[in-house]
Ligand binder design. Structure first.
Ligand code: ZN
Length: 391
C-alpha cells in the first residue's frame, strides 16, 4: 500500500488508537477474578469507548469504526481462545503490531485506478492507493498493516477455493528436515532461500551496532528499521517458498503424506525449570532455529488449507532409520545426515529421500489433538491458528 506522507501520519495515528483501545480492553479482561465477577464484554466496552471519546480529543479525532473494530477483534480473539483454536490474545506493541481492520459495507469502498493500482477509502483518512497483487472478488473485510520494515500492506479477507486434485492417483511423501527443509519421495529437495552470506554479515554488524546504541536514541531507531528490513526480506523469502511449495504439491499430487510431528512441542524451549533443567539445551536451540527457519509448521498448515482432505499424517517413528528397499530398521544405516546405507541389503541413497519414501508408503494415523472450528461465519476473517509471521 502506498499512502502519501500526510496519509501515513494519519494511518499511524489510527493504528495507535486501535492498539490503545485493544490493550485497554485486554487489560480490563485480564482483571477477571473469581471474587470480582465478570469483566466487561464487547457491548459494555463499546459503550465505554463512546464515553472515553467524549473526554479524550485524541481518541475522538480518530475513526470510531476503527476503534470499535479493535474491540470487536479483541472479543473474537477471546472467543477463539476459549474455543481452543487460537492462543491467548496478546498485548500489541508499537512499531510491531501496527494495523487496523474495516468490516462490512465500509470495507467495500474500493475503486480501480488503472491496470495495476486501486484505491481504498479508509474512514477519516481518504483514498489510499495500493497495488493489486491479484484480482479482487467477494471480500467482506480488509486489514491494513505496517510491518517492522515500515511497509504498508492491505489484505482483503477471502477464503479461496481449494486447489483441484490432479486425479492421477499419485502419492507423495514429504520429509521435513533441518539441513534440507523438504525432501520428496520423488527425489526432489528444496529449501527456502534465506539471507545471502553478505546479507547475514550485514545483519550481524547491524545487531552489534544496535547493542551499542543508546536506548531511545534516533540512531537506535534507524538501526532497528534497517534490521527490520533485512529480517522482513528473510521472512518474505521463506513465506514465498512455503506458498510456492504447497501450491506445487497440491497441484501435482493426489495424496500428500507428511510426518505426524508436533512442531509446537518440538520447538518449545528445552531449558526446563530451575529445579529440573533440560538436557542438550544448546543443541535443541540450534535445531529450533533450523525448524523455524525452514517454516515447517506453516507449510503443513498451508497444505491442509490448499488441499483439504488430501493431506495425511503418518506415524513419524523410524522413518529415518528404515530402509525403503527392504524395510530393515537400524540406526546404523543412517551413516550421516546426508547418506543412508542399509546394513541389511546395501541399498544406498539420500537419507532424507529415503525417509520421504517411507512416509509415502506409510499409513495415515488418526489426528490427535486436532481441534477444529466446525462452523465459521462468512463475515469472519479467515485466520490460521498459527498466523504466518511476516517480519
Ligand atoms: Zn535395506
Amino acid at each position: 500500500m502506498y499512502p502519501s506522507a500526510a496519509q501515513e501520519i494519519l494511518l499511524l495515528e489510527a493504528c495507535g488508537q486501535a492498539r490503545f483501545v485493544w490493550n485497554l480492553g485486554l487489560e480490563q479482561r485480564l482483571m477477571w477474578a473469581r471474587w470480582k465477577g465478570p469483566t466487561p464484554g464487547f457491548n459494555a466496552q463499546a459503550a465505554q469507548l463512546t464515553e472515553a471519546r467524549g473526554g479524550e480529543p485524541w481518541l475522538a479525532a480518530g475513526s470510531q469504526t476503527v476503534q470499535q473494530q479493535a474491540l470487536r477483534d479483541l472479543d473474537q480473539a477471546w472467543a477463539r481462545f476459549f474455543a481452543g483454536t487460537h492462543r491467548r490474545p496478546r498485548w500489541r506493541k508499537a512499531g510491531k503490531d501496527e494495523g487496523l481492520r474495516i468490516v462490512g459495507p465500509q470495507a467495500l469502498r474500493v475503486r480501480q485506478d488503472n491496470r495495476s493500482r486501486s484505491s481504498v477509502l479508509v474512514p477519516k483518512i481518504g483514498w489510499v492507493s495500493f497495488k493489486r497483487s491479484r484480482a479482487l472478488a467477494s471480500w467482506k473485510s480488509y486489514r491494513i498493516t505496517r510491518d517492522r520494515a515500515g511497509r504498508w500492506h492491505i489484505s482483503f479477507a477471502v477464503i479461496p477455493d481449494p486447489i483441484t486434485t490432479p486425479g492421477t492417483g499419485q502419492v507423495v511423501g514429504v520429509d521435513r528436515g533441518v539441513t534440507v527443509a523438504v525432501a520428496l519421495s520423488s527425489g526432489e529437495m528444496t529449501s527456502p532461500v534465506g539471507l545471502s552470506l553478505k546479507e547475514a554479515e550485514r545483519l550481524l554488524r547491524l545487531q552489534r551496532r544496535l547493542a551499542r546504541a543508546r536506548r531511545g536514541s534516533n540512531r537506535r531507531k534507524k538501526v532497528r528499521t534497517l534490521i527490520g528490513r533485512l529480517k522482513a526480506r528473510e521472512a518474505d523469502r521463506r513465506k514465498d517458498w512455503v506458498e510456492k511449495t504447497s501450491t506445487d504439491l497440491a497441484r501435482r499430487f493426489d495424496v500428500i503424506r507428511v510426518e505426524d510431528l508436533n512442531v509446537k512441542g518440538m520447538t518449545r524451549s528445552a531449558r526446563g525449570t530451575v529445579q529440573k533443567p533440560g538436557r542438550n539445551v544448546a543443541q535443541k536451540a540450534g535445531l529450533n532455529r533450523g525448524i523455524l527457519k525452514s517454516g515447517w509448521g506453516l507449510l503443513v498448515t498451508r497444505l491442509e488449507q490448499k488441499a483439504p482432505g488430501r493431506v495425511e499424517k503418518v506415524k513419524a517413528a523410524y522413518t529415518s532409520q528404515t530402509c525403503h528397499a527392504c524395510k530393515h530398521i537400524a540406526s546404523e544405516s543412517r551413516q550421516s545426515q546426508a547418506t543412508f546405507v542399509c546394513v541389511a541389503c546395501g541399498h544406498q541413497g539420500n537419507a532424507d529421500v529415503n525417509a520421504a519414501r517411507n512416509i509415502a508408503a506409510g499409513h495415515a494415523v488418526t489426528a490427535r489433538g486436532d481441534r477444529r472450528v466446525l462452523a465459521r461465519s462468512v463475515k469472519r476473517e479467515p485466520q490460521h491458528a498459527r498466523p504466518p509471521k511476516v517480519a
